[in-house]
Design a protein around this ligand. Structure first.
Ligand SMILES: NC(=O)c1ccc[n+]([C@@H]2O[C@H](COP(=O)([O-])OP(=O)(O)OC[C@H]3O[C@@H](n4cnc5c(N)ncnc54)[C@H](OP(=O)(O)O)[C@@H]3O)[C@@H](O)[C@H]2O)c1
Length: 286
């Protein structure tokens, strides 16, 4: 009898603990969770008990421990379907991580406008559209966190990645403004500005097809510098750790810089712009 009572009490306690965990479990959407920074973030949050929905353009190609939804951020139809599917699986979203992004290398003059616009469709408009689709859910609920993966190239100008840098600068302006607009709804907005982490971004990004010979020397220098910086950088665990820290912070800041030189170069540019240019160009071996 005593044994049955103890067993019943233990079962009830286990059920209550599971129910409490499920009730307290935060739900998060991570765009671009198939590789690099997004995959690391989604894995970290999954391991820490979050209900994670990741996205990728070809989810069937990836075997991950969290749920992966199909999403191409450059397609309105794909965004609509992804959000509809998400809403069949959860009614509430606590955290949105805007991570999906791509890169484009080449001089501003030699890059066709169409190619630059395509980059903006992913890095800027894709982020805008996902954020706008999620905002009503958070606003009606009166809570939420939106964390966007920007870049330290969104804080400094950088040769040969001008359109990438511009797309990340655009995100900075947008989310600084959004932060002020949605504070009244208890929605918190932050941007993480990493420098270099070892991911697929350099390999999967685009390059200009037709080049102008006058830029050959500095294009090669910068591309070599970026490739070297990414391949010798550490894997993005620290960025995933930072995301967890921001989620657990009651009142997060707007800007979080992380990685080699992520603090130094933007600070130098702000405090001593002339010195920044000479230091940075020397670093790039111009
Ligand atoms: N690595 C760095 O050093 C670094 C530094 C600063 C900022 N960042 C930023 O970090 C973010 C992640 O980049 P990463 O370095 O982790 O690169 P990555 O390994 O190439 O991962 C990019 C992710 O974005 C997704 N993606 C790309 N185009 C997409 C589209 N049109 N629609 C939906 N998803 C798309 C990819 O998913 P699928 O291909 O499976 O669809 C993939 O999951 C980007 O915003 C990047 O700008 C990276």
């Amino acid at each position: 009898m005593l044994k049955i009572g103890t067993f019943t009490t233990l079962t009830t306690l286990t059920t209550l603990t599971t129910l409490t965990t499920q009730m307290n479990q935060q739900t998060v959407l991570v765009t671009g969770a198939t590789s690099g920074i997004g995959l690391m973030i989604a894995n970290k949050l999954h391991e820490n008990g979050f209900k994670v929905f990741g996205t990728g353009r070809y989810p069937e190609k990836h075997n991950v421990p969290f749920e992966l939804l199909p999403l191409d951020v450059t397609s309105d139809e794909s965004i609509k379907k992804c959000i509809e599917l998400l809403l069949t699986k959860t009614q509430a979203l606590d955290v949105l991580i805007n991570n999906a992004g791509s890169s484009l290398g080449g001089a501003i003059e030699e890059t066709p406008v169409e190619q630059a616009q395509k980059l903006f469709e992913t890095n800027f408009w894709g982020v805008v559209k996902i954020t706008k689709a999620i905002l009503p859910l958070m606003r009606e609920r009166g809570s939420g966190k939106i964390i966007t993966i920007g870049s330290y190239y969104g804080l400094i100008g950088a040769p040969m990645v001008g359109y990438y840098s511009a797309s990340k600068h655009a995100l900075e302006g947008l989310f600084k403004s959004l932060r002020l607009e949605v504070k009244q709804f208890n929605i918190q907005v932050s941007v993480i500005e990493p420098s270099f982490y070892k991911t697929n971004i350099a390999a999967s990004g685009e390059r200009v097809a037709v080049t102008i010979p006058g830029y050959d020397r500095i294009r090669k220098r910068v591309m070599d510098f970026v490739r070297q910086a990414i391949t010798t950088a550490q894997t993005p665990e620290p960025v995933a750790g930072l995301v967890l820290k921001i989620i657990n912070t009651k009142e997060p800041k707007f800007s979080y810089r992380i990685g080699r030189n992520a603090w130094f170069l933007p600070a130098l540019q702000f405090l001593w712009p002339k010195r920044f240019e000479s230091v940075y160009l020397k670093m790039l071996k111009f």
